[in-house]
Design a protein around this ligand. Structure first.
Ligand code: SDX
Length: 435
């Protein structure tokens, strides 16, 4: 990288250190601090990494102030309108949109990997029927490593490619199996004649006793939801996958670690938490109770957050939330649920929050999770499956970022330092003499 300038740090008794400043194609410049500790004995301090770029990346760009999201330079609004999810997978993995032939080959390769090893199905019977499907996903995806000893050499591009296909193809099968196990229905095998998202819907809602009828409106809506969730720069779960991958861990273990991190309610678990929040307000009286709920959110002692609102990077409307709201309206209309009370409640809550100084002053807007639960529930997807579907969609982003990390000559094992403020050196008093 060519330095575009320098930053000078003054520290100690007037000593200075000059550090190079690099610029990307768009977005903030970075100060290269790699020499800081070696030259000054100082660490930087940045819990939560608010001001820290962990890597260089060409995959996704977010302008939080403008509410812009682009995958490989294409605005998310255009991708959601013109592409299907597998086209976006191709784009994220390879950097360009596929032509018709490339798409045909890519889709066919994914289709051929959708089945799972029959022995893998036996992992499910080890779980309680009421296990949260995310617990199942973390376990079963990690267990995939036990089936592919032939392709775990991450320095081998062919091994990385086949692992990418296996993960993208099998996550829907594994997620649908987690749902079927939970409801006590038989697992549905994938059907190669169906497209990716139709296949997933059939594995979720089809039964062996009858033919499953694909609803194209719901399939298109879910396919768009997968596109909106596919990647998002260095978010917590992507950073988890990169960190796990930096040790040389195999792709299945890395993706399993990403699923575990995404499960958190502050991250991907927020869509489940947001819908449960709306249910609670509905139970207490619905729109009439919004004022009371918002007052609780503003009271720091309540510990109550407006789930689906706020974002580390977006200080404007999350463009995905706008697209999600549109998709929700389309699905509700298609299902004849124009007056869905939860959707009306969500829009009323959003309106109150966007006019309230507490949220305006903190630049808190709806994020991708605020509406996604409402549309998925309307499609018959149970609340506990929302984050599984987020994991299914984000797997391609995690793999693209993991691949980029492995191919990046500047990357090495991630090993942050700390500001130690614990006990200084002291001697052990043997137990017999301890008071
Ligand atoms: C995702 O990183 C990504 O890109 C994630 C994601 C992706 O695609 O990978 O976009 C997916 O995780 C979306 C976010 C989903 N999470 C939620 O909806 C949970 C609710 N949101 C918050 O927990 C919070 O907004 C975060 C975690 C999303 C962001 O937290 P930050 O950046 O650390 O912000 P903060 O907690 O420092 O908040 C700043 C202020 C604080 O108040 P003050 O201390 O200034 O008084 O805003 C308040 C916070 O208390 N605040 C909220 C709030 N979010 C922030 N207050 C009430 N409700 C909220 N939702």
């Amino acid at each position: 990288m060519e330095a575009k300038g320098k930053a000078t740090l003054t520290y100690g008794d007037g000593k200075t250190l000059e550090m190079p400043v690099y610029g990307g194609t768009i977005g903030p410049d970075v100060v290269d601090i790699r020499a800081l500790y070696g030259k000054t004995g100082l660490f930087t301090y940045d819990p939560g990494f608010l001001s820290t770029a962990s890597c260089g990346s060409k995959i996704t760009y977010i302008d939080g102030d403008a509410g812009v999201l682009m995958y490989r330079g294409y605005p998310i609004e255009q991708l959601a309108q013109h592409c299907d999810f597998l086209e976006v997978c191709y784009l994220l993995l390879k950097g360009e949109l596929p032509n018709a032939q490339q798409k045909k080959e890519f889709d066919s390769m994914v289709t051929k990997h959708t089945m799972v090893h029959e022995q893998l199905a036996r992992f499910y019977s080890g779980f309680r029927r009421d296990a949260h499907p995310m617990a199942v996903m973390v376990g079963v995806v990690g267990a995939l490593a036990a089936f592919y000893h032939d392709s775990l050499d991450i320095s081998n591009p062919e091994h990385r490619e086949v692992s990418a296909f296996r993960l993208i193809a099998k996550l829907p099968t594994i997620a649908a199996m987690a749902y079927k196990y939970n409801v006590g229905q038989p697992f549905m095998y994938p059907k190669n004649g169906l497209d990716y998202t139709s296949n997933f819907m059939r594995m979720m809602f089809g039964v062996p006793a009858e033919e499953y009828e694909v609803n194209p409106v719901l399939v298109r809506a879910l396919d768009r939801i997968l596109i909106l969730h596919a990647d998002h720069e260095q978010n917590a779960s992507t950073s988890t996958v990169r960190l796990a991958g930096s040790s040389g861990a195999n792709p299945f273990a890395c993706i399993s670690s990403g699923i575990a991190c995404l499960w958190g309610p502050a991250h991907g678990g927020a869509n489940e938490a947001a819908l449960n929040m709306l249910y609670d307000i509905q139970k207490q009286g619905g729109v009439a109770k919004i004022g009371e709920f918002v007052a609780k959110v503003k009271d720091k002692n309540s510990g109550v957050k407006l789930m689906g609102f706020g974002h580390r990077v977006y200080k404007n409307y999350d463009p995905r939330a706008k697209l999600m709201q549109e998709t929700t309206r389309e699905v509700l209309d298609a299902l004849g649920l124009h007056d869905d009370p939860l959707f009306k409640l969500a829009m009323a809550l959003e309106k109150v929050a966007l006019e309230d100084e507490y949220f305006v002053s903190r630049k808190l807007y709806p994020n991708v999770d605020f509406y996604s639960g409402i549309v998925q529930r309307a499609m018959g997807i149970p609340v506990s499956m929302f984050t599984c579907i987020f994991s299914l969609a984000r797997t391609v982003g995690w793999i693209a970022q993991w691949n980029e990390m492995i191919s990046d000559p500047e990357q090495k094992i991630g090993r942050p330092r700390q500001l130690y403020n614990g006990a200084t050196r002291r001697d052990v008093v043997p137990l017999a003499r301890r008071g």
